[in-house]
Ligand binder design. Structure first.
Ligand code: GLU
Length: 436
């Protein structure tokens, strides 16, 4: 039997990383086994489904490289089939009409749960069971003739020939009902595999409050899609060892459901950022430059630079670009009107002696060829002259030249920015920003 799985998001808002991880696991499972990965848009809730939300789903999938087979299946185009299934269940005595809740809103179609315990074998958790006494009949078609999630979900899984349903463990309770619906409709239930919840450091469901919880946030913050793919792949699954970096092709080759863990998977943005830094550092220089240019171009300070100079900046900064959003700080490489970080100004420039130190540095630097070695020697000489402890002048010089207290190696940075610009900035800072 060839594998057919689906990702079945509801287009009602942002795409949570939990959903995307379900998409990734389905994709890996299909690609590993030469099966098909389908996309089903669960848009039966017409009020909550929006075109923007639909767009975010397609964007997120494309960004993460989750190509799907065939055309997307829109649930809203199959409402008649859902209603017909309800009709069949009524005719077969597996459902009945009732005025649920006595609201006088008319009669719903209610599915009659079978009298025995519900049991299914989950691909991750093993046998799951729920006592018949703990389950009750449930509505499948509302009084206004709109199908309920359970009915649409099952009828479409049958229509699409889905062999495996891989989804979050928040659906386990639903699955007891879904298995009963499959049987009542005369179709064998697919195999189910429920993925462990993604939790924060406190073990609570990972949410917006814990940091970037939506795929769009990760993208906007400058994560590399392959790093996100890698991180989410290992969130609840492992190839059997404890490696953290795993290329996509390798994940496809190794992915099996029996290695998915049942314990909650802890999301740690710090670790994910660390992994991202490795991906960015490992990119071919030209790819990094292309990505960096895209990020830089949207910044207010952007001026089209000389390409060789731009490549120089990229070479210097690539290994420090843990997230692409760090590129927003690159203004000092390209323009004189970059913003000075206020805390840096307060701590390093607006204090006694800073102005005099900068003037001494400036005078010494003016006499050099501005090579890295010459810059270093000039700064040591300026320190001697002002009686400053060795190395201590670097910080105010960095602050004056870049507006920041951190960055790549100072001598390399200054050499790249260039003598004229650096000297201009040192004197401007000495005059306008420094204490006496
Ligand atoms: N629309 C449901 C969800 O996003 C689908 C669940 C499923 O995969 O069956 O949770």
């Amino acid at each position: 039997m060839s594998v057919r799985v689906r990702f079945a998001p509801s287009p009602t808002g942002h795409v949570h990383i939990g959903n995307m991880r379900a998409a990734i696991f389905n994709w890996l499972f299909a690609r590993h086994g030469g099966g098909e990965f389908l996309l089903r848009i669960e848009d039966t809730d017409r009020e909550r489904s929006t075109p923007e939300a639909l767009r975010t789903i397609f964007d997120a999938m494309e960004w993460l490289g989750l190509d799907f087979d065939g055309e997307p299946f829109f649930q809203s185009a199959h409402l008649d089939a859902h209603r017909a299934a309800a009709g069949q269940l009524l005719r077969d005595g597996r459902a009945y009409r009732a005025d649920k809740g006595g609201l006088g809103k008319g009669e719903c179609v209610v599915f009659r749960m079978p009298p025995e315990d519900a049991v299914f074998t989950d691909g991750i958790r093993g046998e799951l069971r729920k006592a018949a006494a703990d389950m009750s009949d449930f509505v499948i078609l509302r009084a206004d003739d709109t199908p309920v999630f359970h009915l649409s979900n099952v009828v479409d899984d049958i229509a699409m020939g889905i062999t495996h349903v891989i989804r979050g463990d928040d659906h386990i309770e639903n699955t007891f009902r879904h298995v009963a619906l499959f049987r009542a409709l005369g179709a064998p239930p697919p195999r189910y595999a429920h993925l462990p919840m993604i939790v924060n450091a406190q073990g609570k469901p990972y949410s917006k409050r814990d940091g970037d919880a939506y795929v769009g946030d990760l993208r906007a913050r400058g994560f590399h899609p392959e790093a996100v793919f890698n991180y989410l792949t290992l969130l609840g699954w492992s190839p059997g060892d404890d490696r953290e970096k795993l290329a996509r092709a390798e994940a496809v080759r190794l992915f099996t459901l029996d290695r998915v863990k049942s314990a909650p998977a802890q999301m740690d943005l710090r670790k994910m950022t660390h992994l991202n830094a490795q991906y960015v550092a490992g990119m071919p220089a030209a790819d990094f430059a292309a990505a960096a240019r895209e990020w830089a171009q949207s910044q207010a300070w952007w001026r089209e630079p000389d390409e060789t100079y731009f490549r120089g900046v990229c070479a210097l900064m690539q290994s420090r670009t843990h997230l692409y959003s760090f590129i927003a700080e690159w203004g000092y490489f390209f323009a004189d009107d970059f913003a000075y970080d206020e805390k840096t100004v307060r701590k390093l420039l607006r204090k006694e002696g800073a102005g005099a130190a900068l003037r001494a540095a400036s005078a010494a630097l003016a006499e050099t060829d501005f090579s890295e070695a010459a810059i270093e020697a000039a700064l040591r000489a300026a320190e001697k002259e002002r009686g400053i402890e060795e190395g201590r002048i670097n910080q105010p010089v960095r602050a004056a030249a870049t507006g920041l207290a951190h960055g790549a190696g100072l001598y390399e940075t200054l050499a790249l920015i260039g003598k004229d610009r650096v000297l201009r900035r040192l004197s401007r800072a000495a005059e306008e920003l420094c204490g006496a």
